[in-house]
Design a protein around this ligand. Sequence first.
Ligand SMILES: *[C@@H]1O[C@H](CO)[C@@H](O)[C@H](O)[C@H]1NC(C)=O
Ligand SMILES: *[C@@H]1O[C@H](CO)[C@@H](O)[C@H](O)[C@H]1NC(C)=O
Ligand SMILES: *[C@@H]1O[C@H](CO)[C@@H](O)[C@H](O)[C@H]1NC(C)=O
Length: 546
Amino acid sequence: MSARAVTLFLAVCSCYAHKYNDLNVESEFVTEPSKYGSLWPLPQKVQISQTSFKLASLSFTITDAKESSAGPSCILLQNAYRRYYEYMFGGTRRQEPSKSRGTRAPDLPELQVLVTSPHSECDGYPAVASDESYELTVDQPYAVLKAPKVWGALRGLETFSQLVYEDEYGAKSINKTSISDFPRFAHRGILLDSSRHFLPLKVILVTLETMAMNKFNVFHWHIVDDQSFPYLSRTFPQLSQQGAYHPYTHVYTPGDVKMVIEFARLRGIRVIPEFDTPGHTQSWGKGQKDLLTPCYAGASPSGTHGPVNPILNTTYDFMRQFFKEISSVFPDAYVHLGGDEVDFTCWKSNPDIKSFMAQHGFGQDYSKLESFYIQRLLDIVTTTNKGYMIWQEVFDNGVKLKPDTIIHVWKGNQQQYQSEMANVTSAGYQTLLSTPWYVNRIAYGQDWRGFYKADPQDFKGTDQQKKLVIGGEACLWGEYVDATNLSPRLWPRASAVAERLWSPKEVTDVNDAYNRLSAHRCRMVQRGIPAEPLFSSFCPHEYKGI
Ligand SMILES: *[C@@H]1O[C@H](CO)[C@@H](O)[C@H](O)[C@H]1NC(C)=O
Ligand SMILES: *[C@@H]1O[C@H](CO)[C@@H](O)[C@H](O)[C@H]1NC(C)=O
Ligand SMILES: *[C@@H]1O[C@H](CO)[C@@H](O)[C@H](O)[C@H]1NC(C)=O
């Protein structure tokens, strides 16, 4: 997916960057407190007053409201209470505000959580239609967080924790506040690539944790690609045995995958795996004989292989069994089937493919052969009762798609991707945008501002078309990323995308965003995430390393 795009964008030398030359400078960067404090992403409706309450860390509790449909037996919420208590009070010495400073500010002893719908969905999986709305009232005698479902309660807990700050004596404080909130887009994703480099389980879990801090709700797991096949398949163990960088140390076992899915669920995050075919499959070929097309040099096989061989029945038998397994391992209603960047050179060299082309009347149009393959694959996946997401090329090539297919736009410049969004939605398909959000691309300066300004609904189209945009994803392709640099490269740059996808369309004040994002970044640092700085500044609690 990304290799070619990346070479095109290889950064221009930033040799001139010396002292204060910042290519994106629009004004002086002064971190002044925003009237929205450090909230990120900004809620739909916020009112923060000047009245502040002290929180007593020793005695502060997060409790279930009596009428809540998700009571003490809801493990998901109980875990979240512990997690957020730790975020809010864990780093402190757990001191009560000293009595000698008087009792000017009254205490706020408790946050009550009320899940209002009879079906809290505590034991379910989040889905594209999940209700993530919530209402938060911080006032005496106690704060109240109200949400129809547990998913909104999770988002509201994050918001509550973001309202807590330290006063000048280091005492935990919170202002009287009222918030009513819900996401602008239902699909707010992060793509990680565990094929170019293997990503240890821990770095995936840390990413999920940080995603929750940014209210992201989809982990798009680009789990395999040309370079390696770390997914340990029960049905076809040879795939990772032969195709992983190492068959024991560089694989995701069924237990690992389960852990990722449950860890994500507890944070309201869906896991959508991508198994990209027919291109990007070199690693598949090592463990699955005859799956890939033999390339020819003149009249004889050259020994190399191209995309999946679309003319053999065995290919489809394999895909049927493989995706049957995938559909039972991953609970989400969608799988991502890739379909991007298919290189036709090898197909063109192969005499059997050429005669198949002739037989089917495809002429010299190899995209017809690609469509032939994808069509059959989609039919196979449909029988597993999953919906599918695909990269835009599949749509561009005119493959017949189920009406609920989600087209993932990743190519082109702004004008081109906006035209693509218009075309996809005018054909009636739902769509996701990633083109402006390739966070693996790095440049000197504050490129988060560009991420922040891109809006997935900015294209020529009717209101009905705009409604087909279900969100977007920030992509972190793995050519130059492994566990050593993943977090600082991803955060807080991806946080810019998080706000674009959650907050109202009108939230576009980049200076206010800068102030809140600086504080949000420091909060991530305080929570142990090595999120890189936006610009010259400091954090009250600096990163302490590992
Ligand atoms: C919270 O209250 C304090 C003290 O009254 C005030 O200085 C501060 O500006 C308030 N914070 C926000 C975000 O309004
Ligand atoms: C492949 O399957 C098709 C349709 O089921 C059948 O007509 C064809 O003979 C099969 N080809 C081979 C080589 O088995
Ligand atoms: C969108 O469709 C128009 C009309 O068919 C076409 O000219 C244009 O190239 C398409 N845009 C993209 C990005 O493919």
